[in-house]
Write a protein that binds this ligand. Structure first.
Ligand code: PMP
Ligand code: GLN
Length: 383
């Protein structure tokens, strides 16, 4: 048995959602929206299935979607992409990430990752034989410690992994931070892997800037997107990737033997979405901002310390005030689910470095207002 995976715990998202179901708790843990994506996309997907698009498409993805991905990159970030050599459709961003780690890393390589981070990165990168070098984002606003970042780059550094807007914090990396990361990549000949699944979920005056759009970065940066986040269809598991063909080639070889391809009915619907449904994804940010403001206000009244954020659909709160003696974020989140009827995600498990903070939990607020209100009501009663 593989040592790394045999000792791995079940992902916290599955654990907390299962507990929420068992206890009929209001689930503000796992990130999935209550409101679904555009109706037209569902119709296109089901019609494609009835129109006999049910056999293996090309391993790269259907041309319509790859062309739409290239247009989307140029239109939204000003990054030109050759759809023939620089695009790939993946089974969600999750498979895309795995293909990147498998295709790009060698044993002995080091990958710099910002702590905390989305939970799928670490094990997949380590399985490729690479070592993770965590650089901890600074509380309360999860800013990048630029000197520590520069000091973390060494002769073995192959890749810097960046996730903006960021899960779990909701942070949107600033232009200054991105420029510093780009400068390090260029100076030390390092690749950047950019998880931008929340690229359209920004608010409060923040702007999402892709690292790949910065001078000199297009040729050393791979960028990932997800229909789960852009169109609120998390179960479809359709993702996409753009990058220079030199980097895409080994990633595509990994992808061909991980999954080979992606259901073409769903790809056709996502192609339509990227080309025609920008009203949908561009309106997500403003509607989320209203929900965030509501939750921020209510949680503050209850005594939570809400950390600042400008993107994704997560809010991190300091729960120090509510911790019982010896209790950490995981125990607190479980107690809150079982006794208080509200589910959150403890974030200590998103850290790789030693001594992670154990007083922070993540609330997901891409939920119906009635659900957010019910959760706040329950917290009022319980806490
Ligand atoms: N990256 C981040 C930062 C995420 O939050 C998620 C969660 N969905 C993913 C990647 C995976 O995306 P997908 O569902 O498209 O596989
Ligand atoms: N990305 C989602 C989140 O952060 C969950 C994805 C998953 O459950 N694997 O909540």
């Amino acid at each position: 048995l593989n040592e790394l995976f045999s000792s791995l715990p079940t992902t916290i998202f599955e654990v907390m959602s299962k507990l929420a179901m068992e206890h009929s708790s209001v689930n503000l843990g796992q990130g999935f929206p209550d409101a679904e994506g555009p109706e037209a996309m569902k119709q296109i997907a089901s019609k494609a299935m009835y129109d006999f698009h049910n056999q293996y498409p090309s391993l790269l993805g259907v041309p319509e979607l790859r062309q739409a991905v290239a247009r989307h990159s140029e239109a939204n970030q000003g990054i030109p992409v050759d759809w023939v050599t620089e695009t790939l459709v993946t089974v969600g961003a999750t498979e895309g990430l795995a293909a990147c780690f498998l295709g790009l890393l060698n044993p002995g390589d080091e990958v710099i990752m910002f702590d905390p981070m989305y939970d799928s990165y670490v094990s997949m990168a380590r399985r490729s034989g690479a070592a993770i070098v965590p650089v901890r984002l600074r509380l309360p606003d999860f800013s990048v410690p630029l000197e520590e970042l520069a000091a973390a780059v060494g002769p073995q550094t192959k890749m810097i992994m960046l996730n903006s807007p960021h899960n779990p914090s909701g942070k949107v990396f600033t232009r200054t931070e991105l420029e510093a990361i780009a400068e390090l990549c260029i100076r030390h000949d390092v690749i950047a892997l950019c998880d931008e699944v929340y690229e359209h979920l920004v608010f409060g005056g923040a702007k999402h800037i892709s690292l790949r759009s910065l001078p000199g970065m297009a040729e050393r940066c791979v960028r990932l997107g997800s229909a789960g986040k852009t169109f609120s269809f998390t179960a479809w598991k359709v993702g996409w990737m753009t990058g220079p063909s030199r980097l895409m080639n080994p990633i595509i070889k990994a992808h061909q033997f991980l999954v080979f391809t992606v259901p073409s009915s769903l790809q056709r619907a996502v192609a339509h979405g990227l080309d025609q449904e920008s009203d949908f994804y561009l309106s997500l940010g403003p509607s989320l901002e209203v929900k965030r403001r509501y939750l921020e206000r209510e949680l503050a009244v209850l005594g939570f310390g809400v950390l600042p954020a400008h993107g994704a659909y997560f809010l991190v709160a300091d729960v120090s005030k509510f911790l019982r003696s010896g209790e950490d974020d995981v125990a607190f989140a479980k107690r809150l689910t079982v006794e208080g009827g509200v589910t959150t995600i403890p974030i200590s498990g998103f850290y790789v470095g030693a001594s992670p903070p154990t007083h922070l939990v993540r609330f997901c607020y891409c939920k119906e207002d009635s659900k957010l209100e019910a959760a706040m009501q329950r917290l009022k009663v319980y806490l």
